[in-house]
Design a protein around this ligand. Structure first.
Ligand code: URA
Length: 279
């Protein structure tokens, strides 16, 4: 790349450093764009320079009209004993112990650890993924592998972190062999614990990472590319909790160009938290 006389290299370096410090250290597009060349073109043809964007664009309100109360729970023996065990828990610590002691899900046989949750129990934001992967199974904590590291950077970019204001769990507590998607039966057996988890945690906002939690908590089967960014409502015992579907960070690692939309979702989350007066 040739140096462009219209751009001060020190300012460009400082701008890049600022972006990296802010957590924007991942590619946004599949192909590189030479911004210096674009800037030079704009200099010789000013008519093509776009109007400056507002500092933070508020995404269009997109409340989902189709959010439903609760997902159906299968009537299997495993789901029944999960329901009884979950209902008997009065605190998150009791629920963790009950999940760890539960033997009604076959995935536990091949898993190394039960992966219950991580983060601050009083956090306003509860994030829900699909199921533990290899790293999570080894460490017994959700989202600690590559996708978890990306998730942490995304949260940090809007002032959230596990130590103070974010709490993370999954629909499924044990790693499916080979990271295959969980079956409907496995999800149904874990569902009573998931519902009780939300009930005891009482988050102000839910963030649903990928299609699996959207399906099981909002009852929406549509793909995540259609549901992301559209606020829904999770209703439990008459209490409505705003729920934001967004891309799973593992998808963002495979499709860096989707990070543009993920960023809009993060901004929407930040604005909702601000409206609720919790950040
Ligand atoms: N993917 C998930 O959905 N959850 C994890 O904990 C890790 C990867």
């Amino acid at each position: 790349m040739t140096a462009n006389p219209t751009i001060n290299p020190d300012e460009a370096r400082a701008a890049l450093k600022w972006l990296v410090d802010a957590g924007a250290d991942e590619a946004l597009a599949d192909a590189p764009v030479d911004r210096f060349a674009v800037a030079a073109e704009a200099t010789v043809a000013p008519a093509r320079v776009a109007a400056p964007a507002p500092a933070v664009a508020r995404p269009a309100p997109a409340e989902s009209p189709r959010a439903i109360a609760t997902a159906p729970v299968a009537a299997s023996a495993g789901a029944k004993s999960a329901r009884e065990a979950a209902a008997a828990c009065a605190t998150l610590d009791e629920l963790r112990s009950a999940v760890e002691a539960f033997d009604g899900c076959q995935l536990k046989v091949t898993a190394k650890h039960t992966v219950f949750a991580d983060g601050h129990q009083g956090a306003p934001v509860m994030l829900i993924g699909e199921a533990p992967g290899r790293d999570e199974d080894l460490q017994g904590l959700p989202f600690v592998g590559r996708s978890g590291q990306l998730l942490d950077r995304m949260l940090n970019a809007i002032g959230l972190d596990r130590a103070t204001n974010a709490y993370i769990t999954n629909v499924i507590f044990w790693r499916p062999p080979g990271n295959r998607p969980p079956t409907p039966e496995e999800a149904a057996v874990c569902a009573p614990f998931l519902f009780r988890h939300i009930e005891l945690k009482q988050p102000k906002v839910l963030v649903l990472l990928g299609g699996t939690p959207v399906k099981h908590l909002l009852g929406i089967e549509e793909g995540i590319t259609r549901t992301r960014g559209r606020w829904g409502r999770y209703v439990l015992n008459g209490v409505e909790i705003p729920a934001l579907p967004t891309f799973h960070p593992a998808y963002l690692l495979r499709q860096p160009s989707a990070k543009k939309q993920a960023w809009l979702d993060l901004v929407s989350l930040k604005l909702r938290l601000r409206d609720l007066g919790v950040v």
